[in-house]
Ligand binder design. Sequence first.
Ligand code: URA
Length: 253
Amino acid sequence: MSRQVDTEKVVRQHLDMEGFFAGYVIRSAKSHPSVEPLRGESNEKPPSGSKAGNAAEDLEAIAGEVRQCCKCGLGSTRTHAVPGEGSPTARIMFVGEAPGADEDAQGRPFVGRAGQLLDKIIAACGLKREDVFIGNILKCRPPGNRDPREEEIFNCLPYLQRQIETIGPEVIIALGAHAARTLLETDKPIGQLRGHFHEYSVGIGRPPIKLMATYHPAYILRNYTPETRGRVWEDMKKVLVELGLPVPERGKG
Ligand code: URA
């Protein structure tokens, strides 16, 4: 019986999601001649020796280290490590908490239900998944999807920091409390952190990167209200404006 209710809920959420995040009219970039194109638009491999090519090679080297990593106990419980994926020159980098069961099975970030919602959020912004980079604080799944432990974060965070330094995104979007609190080194609740820009420090001599915190897609699915989705959309619009990208309007469909 409860399984039946769950299935109905999932179907309803899916249909809602289609309407809410897919029903946007994307204003043509042509009507925004000053808009800087996204850096990661091409599917082609960037030439070796170019800035993008070097970044791609550096990211692959980091991914190789992550796949070999056994610095914490998660190295022995994972099926696959999940280094992260996307454009080596992305202007936007999404950072989640840790892989779940689907991600652990495939070795790719955000490919389960939360990932499908993230894809819709990205599409609602007028972007493609390959335009951005998607990573996590932890690169391996904590058993049973428990919260990341301090020593796991301590061991794993340097990989993400190196990915951020390599890509040099203009905006980091921290998905959920764990990502936002870890990157901003704070205990504040996500409700206080979301909705405005913070600064993520990449070290002395380098300008900080703008960081927007928003709700984790899994939280949106659990709290599937117009208010929650509206807040996430407000956060995304601020990011698009910050980057000078066109802000899609809600379509009638
Ligand atoms: N949740 C996360 O935080 N990251 C993933 O990759 C998938 C689900």
